[in-house]
Ligand binder design. Structure first.
Ligand code: ATP
Ligand code: MG
Length: 278
């Protein structure tokens, strides 16, 4: 029997074929080539239709619409949106306990002058929170949605540049923290249009209680509650809950695609559609 070649499988997947299609086998290579051409043509036609819909109707890629939907839901929940720099000083990462020895440090894109592209939003949210907690009465609620950068070994669930939504709520009754973090996970998951997900509670000695939002074995978000041992580095003493979501993970989950690269920021895909179709 003759299965599709690796190149053919890759091409079908990048055009948006469901993975099971690639498992087909044929009695003769000529049959295989014939079937490949038919499938490729169908997928190219579907892709062109999707691009036409984007051009004439939706006008905005799903990633940006998802971002807008989450922004709206969080603002309605009383959160204030913030926008902080992409470039981060090394000393702010060190305050997150990410020194040279830390596993995440090798994933950081370093720039000259002890600065880097932010691998997470938390240091900036901590920095802003110090000031806001002096000025505003609690509860103080802020969130940011923006790019984060990590050197990853290019799997189908990791991007070097991805879009993180990180929210934090300061100053809530201690006994309500776990319930609240679950509630906030629900707010974002509802805004993202994903009904089926699981909450995985863990309690590590080092990081304390935490909560992952998952679907199957895909992590969609990680949450924590505080006071946390890192808070002393920022001089903050307060209860808090926080969650960090990956928007591309949410999108690939909702769209049931297993390729994160087609939903992320890209020059090869536009709104999930491979552009090499002509
Ligand atoms: P993973 O274990 O899946 O690599 P993580 O636990 O290192 O993720 P966190 O630091 O908890 O990631 O970041 C919060 C969320 O950001 C994750 O739950 C995930 O949705 C998303 N995320 C993290 N790294 C990436 C990446 N390289 N590409 C896309 N999304 C990511
Ligand atoms: Mg995590």
């Amino acid at each position: 029997m003759f299965p599709f070649t690796d190149g053919q499988k890759r091409r079908l997947l990048e055009l948006g074929a469901v993975p099971s299609v690639c498992g087909a086998e044929f009695a003769f290579p000529t049959q295989r080539e014939h079937q490949f051409k038919i499938l490729e043509k169908e997928l190219v036609n579907e892709s062109k239709l999707k691009l036409q819909t984007l051009r004439e109707q939706t006008r905005r890629p799903a990633l940006l619409i998802l971002q807008q939907d989450i922004e709206k839901a969080l603002c309605e929940e009383g959160f204030v949106q913030v926008s902080t720099p992409l470039i981060l000083a090394k000393k702010l990462l060190e305050k997150m306990s990410i020194g040279d020895e830390h596993a995440l440090s090798s994933q950081v894109f370093w720039l000259e002058g002890d600065r880097c592209l932010r691998p997470m939003l938390a240091p900036n949210l901590y920095s802003l929170s110090i000031d806001l907690l002096r000025i505003w009465e609690k509860p103080v609620r802020i969130f940011e949605i923006g790019s984060c950068f990590r050197k990853e070994s290019q799997g189908s669930r990791h991007l070097n540049e991805f879009t993180m939504c990180n929210l934090v709520e300061w100053g809530l009754p201690e006994e309500t923290r776990m319930t609240r973090v679950k509630e906030l996970a629900h707010v974002v998951m509802t805004a993202a249009g994903i009904e089926e997900y699981d909450l995985k509670e863990t309690d590590s000695e080092v990081y304390g209680p935490s909560l992952d939002v998952v679907q199957g074995d895909t992590e969609l978000a990680s949450g924590n509650i505080g006071p946390h041992f890192l808070d002393v580095n920022w001089g903050i003493r307060s209860t808090w809950v926080g969650l960090g979501f990956g928007l591309e993970r949410l999108l690939m989950t909702r769209q049931k695609t297993n390729n994160i690269h087609c939903v992320g920021k890209s020059l090869s895909y536009l709104d999930g559609v491979r552009l090499k179709i002509n």
